[in-house]
Design a protein. Structure first.
Length: 266
């Protein structure tokens, strides 16, 4: 298998550390540099927890892409930085695999246009855990039979965006198969603002942020005399890495942007 040269942005982050380890330990992947906002010009091996991983650190993503010319960028940073990195990567012919969440429909449209203009692939996946993809697919199946549904997503308290990309994606998939509907009592009033959560096409989404959590989601369907709960839990960040690996391999064969891991797994 041809070696894929990879740059990881956000290597000191919780997801970034797992991604560096994945790339470093995968035979046909080669870590060629990292993009971080500190330690410019140093070797990653001089940073705590990366002993023996001797690749350059760049704070300037543009310079990194120009000098290193990687095949793939894995971005696990923050929404604003991730968007900038993905755009720059495509501009320089580098295929982005983005796990960073918080991209809007407009961001996706702009990046799709860029990827297609360059004729190269991009993968943006708000959730790289295969179990979470199955949860979304099962929720879409259930929505054909249960039209009343609410989503509760639970994450660690350092997460910057709410609701989670996975919750929005789940609501999108559900609204593709159920007729638009305003749920609850027509005269329902919130006596405390936000009590009923955010809504996507009439589907309430509730975001819980607590220390100790990683990434969890429940999709609760209610019907006449019955309820169905579909739940997925990521207990550690290694749970996301099989999806990252598959995305890096797949993005090399694409010539457009694919949003969502469900569109690249069989
Ligand atoms: P994190 O621990 O806060 O890591 C983010 C990292 O990005 C930090 O090391 C931060 O550096 C770095 N960073 C900030 N600005 C940067 C810049 N300009 N250049 C390079 N690096 C920069 O967050 P996390 O939990 O790893 O999550 C990262 C992203 O992945 C979030 O958007 C999260 O929602 C998403 N996520 C996705 C999945 C998925 O399956 N797709 C799963 C979990 C999380 P500092 O330490 O200096 O701030």
């Amino acid at each position: 298998m041809k070696t894929i040269n990879v740059v990881v942005a956000g290597p000191r982050g919780r997801m970034g550390r797992e991604a560096v380890s994945l790339v470093h330990n995968t035979e046909h992947f080669q870590l060629v540099a990292v993009i971080d906002r500190m330690n410019d010009g140093k070797s990653l091996s001089s940073v705590d927890g990366f002993t023996g991983i001797d690749v350059p650190i760049y704070t300037d993503a543009e310079r990194c892409f120009q000098e290193v010319k990687p095949d793939v960028l894995i971005d696990l940073t923050t929404p604003e930085v991730g968007k900038k990195h993905a755009e720059l990567a495509l501009h320089y012919g580098v295929r982005p695999v983005v796990g960073t969440t918080g991209f809007t429909k407009e961001d996706l449209a702009r990046l799709t246009e860029l990827a297609e203009g360059k004729g190269i692939g991009a993968v943006i996946a708000p959730n790289f855990a295969v179990g979470a993809i199955l949860m979304m697919k099962f929720a879409q199946m259930a929505a054909k039979y249960f039209t009343d549904v609410e989503i509760i997503e639970l994450h660690h308290d350092q997460k910057l965006d709410a609701p989670s990309g996975t919750a929005v994606k789940t609501a999108e998939l559900i609204s593709m198969v159920r007729p638009s509907k305003k749920q609850g009592h027509p005269e329902e009033k919130e006596t405390l603002q936000g009590a009923r959560g955010a809504t996507y096409d009439g589907i309430p989404i509730h975001s819980v942020r607590l220390p100790g959590l990683i990434a969890h989601q429940e999709v609760i369907f209610g019907g006449n005399g019955q309820a169905l709960t579909i739940r997925h839990d990521s207990f550690n960040r290694a749970s996301f890495m099989s999806g990252v690996k598959l995305s890096v391999e797949t993005v090399m064969k694409l010539n457009t942007l694919v949003y969502g891991l469900e569109n690249i797994i069989e």
